[in-house]
Design a protein. Structure first.
Length: 157
């Protein structure tokens, strides 16, 4: 009986742990599960392996950087919604098709999705968010070319 109770408590603790927010962005929670999933991707993008990080301060700093990126992505997604940027199903499907083709086979692609903690629907939603956020970022970071008068004024100064 005690073992059953202990197992039940562990299952409940694990379920509640996944619901704990790592951050809140304008009322939208970024859960620990999402952070951990993204942190793994972040380390791969940085060319690091989790097992090779021996310094706790380095681990903490990298995890904070990953969380900062997630917060930035959420802010960009929220701005995309505010601006009414919509990514069509065709655009998302085309992008996912390109990614799937890069893996060589649908089976390998499905396996990688599962390893990353996604099903097809979740990955589609994730892709839509990423594409919208990229559009917002491109708009915000676009710089207008200076006019000929501005160039002349700069060099004359």
């Amino acid at each position: 009986m005690r073992i059953l109770l202990l197992c039940l408590l562990l299952v409940l603790a694990k379920a509640s742990w996944a619901d704990v927010p790592a951050a809140r962005v304008n009322g939208v929670e970024i859960g620990l599960t999402r952070l951990e999933r993204y942190f793994s991707e972040y380390l791969v993008a940085q060319g690091r392996a989790l097992t090779s990080i021996r310094n706790p301060n380095l681990y903490k700093r990298l995890r904070e950087q990953a969380l900062d990126e997630l917060i930035d992505k959420e802010l960009l997604w929220q701005e995309a919604q505010r601006q009414g940027i919509a990514i069509s199903d065709e655009q998302v499907s085309a992008h996912i098709g390109e990614v799937e083709t890069a893996f060589g086979s649908p089976a390998i692609f499905a396996q990688r999705l599962a390893e990353a903690g996604f099903d097809r629907a979740q990955y589609t939603d994730y892709t839509r968010h990423e594409m919208a956020a990229q559009q917002v970022y491109a708009r915000l970071s676009a710089v207008d070319a200076p006019s000929p008068a501005e160039v002349e004024a700069f060099y004359d100064a």
